[in-house]
Design a protein around this ligand. Structure first.
Ligand code: PGA
Length: 280
């Protein structure tokens, strides 16, 4: 682990996952209270600071309008899940064209809560990632082991399986090349979120997080080559707060954070963004 502040050549991405919190009124209120931030006047370059928010789908339009009204033009927005088809008989799902039309440019896929509570499999998550990327969305692919898996020394096997289960090429699409390009352009970003650290207040130590990030980067190197792996952005998630983010971001292989609870309050999200900027 690097113990000193360092230049983040891959840039830093700070993302907020609101989960099933903040309807339209609360979303508008969040943006009214969000402190002014020293950000660019447009979405950050993939090599600078990027800020991304995943509100509930019904609040996405309000979030985009509210951000625009207060000139938070650096913010990018996305949906918390996405289906692989553009439309069809898939009750309860959202498609990439719908998210794009609403002004979103990102989708989360494979969040552990989708895997745990809604039985999404690696293959299902992979289809969502592939479908969304091929239809023009950026994708944040979440992976991470449970407490039992960590205690059973299965962390590496689980995160490799989740990563490759989603990214291994399917027969009828040039996914490998596609994924390489997307990883390189940081349109496909990996979020390592140990399940035991999500919403529990038990953050992984910087050493634990860095170890997992190095492992993920090595897996990417094996499958996509060292150059792509070196350019890929890997975020950490799991009880990240304004108090612990700076230390996590000193780690050489941690390129940002995906934050749940601490992103719900305007001051908290602002503090996380400022920490991301300081880490650049
Ligand atoms: P948390 O959630 O920050 O509340 O632990 C992180 C996530 O689930 O993305």
């Amino acid at each position: 682990m690097a113990t000193h502040a360092r230049t983040k050549a891959r840039g830093v991405l700070i993302a907020g996952n609101w989960k099933m919190n903040h309807g339209k009124a609360e979303t508008a209120g969040f943006f009214e209270k969000l402190p002014r931030l020293p950000l660019e006047d447009k979405p950050g370059a993939a090599s600078g600071l990027r800020v991304c928010l995943f509100p509930p789908a019904l609040s996405l339009g309000t979030a985009i309008e509210s951000a625009r009204a207060r000139a938070f033009n650096a913010f990018e927005f996305g949906a918390q899940n996405v289906h692989w088809e553009a439309k069809g008989a898939y009750t309860g799902e959202l498609s990439a064209p719908m998210i794009l039309e609403a002004g979103g440019t990102w989708a989360l896929v494979g969040h552990s809560e989708r895997r745990q509570h809604f039985a999404e499999t690696d293959e299902n998550v992979g289809r969502r990632a592939q479908g969304a990327l091929s239809q023009g969305l950026n994708v944040m692919l979440c992976i991470g082991e449970t407490r039992a898996e960590r205690e059973g020394a299965a962390t590496a096997a689980v995160i490799a399986r989740q990563l490759l289960g989603a990214l291994v090429p399917f027969a009828n699409y040039p996914y490998k090349q596609g994924f390489s390009d997307m990883l390189k352009a940081r349109k496909l970003v990996i979020a390592y979120e140990p399940v035991w650290a999500i919403g529990t207040g038990l953050t992984a130590t910087p050493e634990q997080a860095e170890e997992a990030h190095v492992f993920v980067r090595n897996e990417l190197a094996q499958h996509f080559g060292a150059e792509i792996a070196a350019q890929s952005q890997i975020l950490y998630g799991g009880s990240v707060t304004p108090d612990n983010i700076a230390t996590l971001l000193t780690c050489e292989n941690i390129d940002g954070a995906l934050v749940g609870g601490a992103s719900l309050k305007p001051e908290g999200f602002a503090a996380l963004i400022l920490a991301g900027k300081s880490a650049l």
